[in-house]
Design a protein around this ligand. Structure first.
Ligand SMILES: [Zn+2]
Length: 207
């Protein structure tokens, strides 16, 4: 059995691998305790470096704590040629972790807004999403945080965020129902008040 394709931080070909941070001994010990608790032997060869890898991986999964996602919305463009229709970034893949089990949440998000005089670089919407996703989350809060952040800082006429994700805590444990997706949405401004706008944006998103 091998997981070196995605779990070997030493192979040098990972995209934007973060610099290796020192791992405090108490953190490595905590992972060893967990390995023992899971039923394995942390001193066997294959697990020797696992505590450090797990520790560094968790800093990476939770990188969002080190940033303010609103920062990505600070640079706006006023030259939009009178464009005042929906701007939509569709099916953005993301990963997060649930705060109840620290298990992966894997899904896609669609983020739309109705500009009022100015727009942001389209990739910034994805950056806002990742800034909140790279934390321990519940999907409902993630959805609300992304929408609220865009609403507050971009001040558009409307915001729509729909997130569709599977939760490993549901698919790999507990009720073990693979393939079940959870959909959450938050509509603000025009998308909340006007049913036609809401239907239009949901149709563009493919719902
Ligand atoms: Zn969970």
């Amino acid at each position: 059995m091998s997981c070196q394709n995605h779990d070997e931080p030493d192979d040098g070909d990972m995209v934007a691998a973060p610099p290796k941070i020192p791992v405090p001994e108490e953190v490595a010990d905590a992972v060893r305790t967990l390995l023992r608790w899971a039923g394995d032997d942390p001193s066997r060869e294959g697990l020797i470096d696992t505590p450090k890898r797990v520790a560094r991986a968790w800093r990476e999964y939770c990188q969002g704590y080190d940033e303010d996602p609103a920062h990505h919305l600070s640079r706006v463009f006023e030259e939009v040629g009178g464009y005042d229709e929906i701007v939509l970034l569709k099916d953005i893949p993301f990963q997060s972790h649930c705060e109840h089990h620290m298990a992966p949440i894997i899904g896609k998000a669609s983020i739309a807004y109705l500009p009022e005089n100015h727009v942001v670089g389209i990739s910034k919407l994805a950056r806002v999403l990742h800034g909140f996703a790279r934390r321990l989350q519940v999907q409902e809060r993630l959805t609300a945080q992304v929408a609220d952040c865009i609403w507050e800082h971009l001040k558009p006429r409307g915001v729509a965020v729909v997130i569709d994700a599977t939760h490993a805590c549901m698919t790999a444990r507990g009720v073990r129902t693979p393939g079940v997706g959870m959909v959450t949405s938050r509509m603000m401004g025009t998308f909340r008040e006007d049913e036609r706008s809401r239907k239009e944006v949901l149709a563009l998103m493919g719902y």
